[in-house]
Design a protein around this ligand. Structure first.
Ligand code: NAD
Length: 481
């Protein structure tokens, strides 16, 4: 068997067992429409079994010395990287992104496993000055308990490791519910975890075509102590409300409406490269991708010309083919949303600079698109397009740019290009976002806290702060000394 066949798994993983389901659903390749595999279509009862398995595994997992948990995570990291190529191919098959991006995602996703393998050994508590001569204050940092991770299709591997690695490092077992479009990468990750020796029940994967039923169990079952969700803001709000009944701790990585601001003093060529990476990577289907380009009047037309020239070079096609930098969109609904935003912008006076139509390749391929002279009445100003459409707004002053950038209920990532150091400080401080990239088009790394403010979410993933999301503090007062 080729390594890829080894990793193409059509069963779910619960309590250390690979299981079938009574019903199954198809996983299709968005580039060809062909069915890759059929996986179990589970219901709420199966989710409860997975929770029970995780709960049963918890006492031994939390007691395992941190160094041993770290060794298992390190072995998982090594296994993921040893299978970088087959994992990347599997991801491109089910998600559509170009192979080079899939390889990058495997390495990015694995980096969280490596980082938290190290961090597991540093989960320290503290002693604090006490409030009495006969008392002492101890603070223990303890694993929170069973974690449920619900993940989206746009990063089928990294969104899982960003949650599981810190949870496992902290001593928490997990139940993963991957997106119905991309369950195969999740199952392959579980296989590699099994291969390196994670105990049964510590990591479980449940798949379903109707996520609401499983979601309800994961958010209402009192045995689950923490939900970590990445996905759209409406679903996140629903899950958060469902968590209220059992007062579950929740992390929410939700939608964005990222501004990308280009000031008159920017290095325009660098800004164009940053915009290409931030806007068209993963066909514009990333939560941190640029949703609005704001360009200052003095460089407006020059920037548009340079951006249009670069966009004309973007090769669209099947992500497995050489030289392709933009794959298909995930499904027809995604295409419909991009088209609706384009029609709305053009009807309200937008100027089409590039693209604007489904691609001649058919299916869900779409032309990389630029629309200029976009205004705040257009849908793209307030809604996440999640596709390869770059709407360009014009502004005159620094204050106007910051106000436009902040005029949204979202607050995930923001980008800007400038050279003046005072401007850089003022704009950086003025942006109401969880993450700001200055003269950079890509900011994700396991070393930094990833997350949003306002309706973009709660909590952070990555860095030492990512571990805190899976722990509770226990204060112990020792008296009578
Ligand atoms: P989605 O909200 O439709 O689905 C995300 C996950 O939730 C999937 O696993 C899905 O099966 C599940 N789900 C859907 N309805 C559910 C329900 N009622 N109960 C329980 N689970 C349910 O989002 P998507 O379309 O997969 O992903 C795109 C969205 O994710 C975008 O809005 C994007 O911005 C966001 N996203 C955010 C981040 C971040 O870190 N902030 C990262 C990637 C994607």
């Amino acid at each position: 068997m080729t390594p890829q066949a080894d990793l193409l798994i059509d069963k779910v993983y619960i309590a250390g067992q690979w299981r079938d389901g009574e019903r199954r659903f198809a996983v299709t390749n968005p580039a060809t429409g062909q069915v890759i595999a059929e996986v179990p279509d589970l219901d709420g009862d199966a989710a409860r079994e997975a929770i029970a398995a995780a709960e049963a595994a918890w006492p031994a997992w939390r007691k395992l010395p941190a160094k041993e948990r770290a060794s298992l995570l390190r072995a998982w990291f090594d296994a993921i990287m040893a299978h970088q190529e087959p994992l990347a191919r599997l991801m491109t098959l089910e998600q559509g992104k170009p192979l080079a991006e899939s390889r990058g995602e495997v390495a990015y996703g694995a980096s969280f496993v490596e980082f938290y393998a190290e961090e597991a050994k540093r989960m320290a508590g503290e002693t604090l000055p006490s409030h009495g001569v006969d008392k002492r204050i101890l603070v223990f940092r303890e694993p929170i308990g069973v974690v449920a991770a619900i993940t989206p299709w746009n990063f089928p591997l990294a969104m899982i490791t960003r949650k599981c690695a810190p949870a496992l490092a902290a001593g928490c077992p997990v139940v993963i519910k991957p997106a119905e479009a991309t369950p195969l990468t999740a199952l392959a990750l579980a296989k590699l975890a099994e291969n390196v020796g994670f105990p049964a029940g510590v990591l479980n994967v449940v798949t379903a075509s109707r996520p609401a039923e499983i979601g309800e169990v994961l958010t209402t079952d009192p045995r689950v102590r923490k939900i970590s969700f990445t996905g759209s803001t409406p679903v996140g709000k629903k899950l958060l409300a469902q968590c209220a009944g059992t007062v579950k701790k929740a992390s929410m990585e939700l939608g964005g409406n990222a501004p990308f601001i280009v000031f008159d003093d920017a290095d325009l060529d660098a800004a164009v490269e940053g915009a290409i990476a931030s806007k068209y990577r993963n066909s514009g289907q990333t939560c941190v991708c640029t949703n609005r380009l704001l360009v200052q009047s003095g460089v407006y037309e020059t920037f548009l010309d340079k951006l249009a020239a670069r966009v004309a070079e973007l090769k669209v096609g099947n992500g497995l083919d050489d030289g392709v930098v933009q794959g298909p969109l995930i499904n027809q609904a995604a295409v419909d949303k991009v088209q609706a935003h384009i029609h709305d912008a053009l009807a309200k006076g937008g100027r089409l600079i590039a693209g604007g139509e489904p691609h001649a390749l058919g299916g869900t391929f779409f032309q990389p698109t630029i629309i200029a002279d976009v205004t705040t009445e257009m849908r793209v100003a307030s809604e996440e397009t999640f596709g390869p459409l770059a709407p360009v707004f014009r502004f005159d002053t620094e204050e106007e740019a910051v106000a436009m950038a902040n005029a949204t209920e979202f607050g995930l990532a923001a980008y800007f290009y400038a050279r003046d150091y005072r401007r850089i400080w003022h704009v950086m401080e003025g942006l109401e976002y969880g993450m700001v990239a200055v003269n950079e088009g890509i900011l994700s790394t396991e070393l930094a806290p990833f997350g949003g403010v306002k309706e973009s979410g709660l909590g952070r993933e990555g860095s030492r702060h990512g571990l805190d999301e899976y722990t509770e503090l226990k204060y112990v007062c020792v008296g009578g000394l």
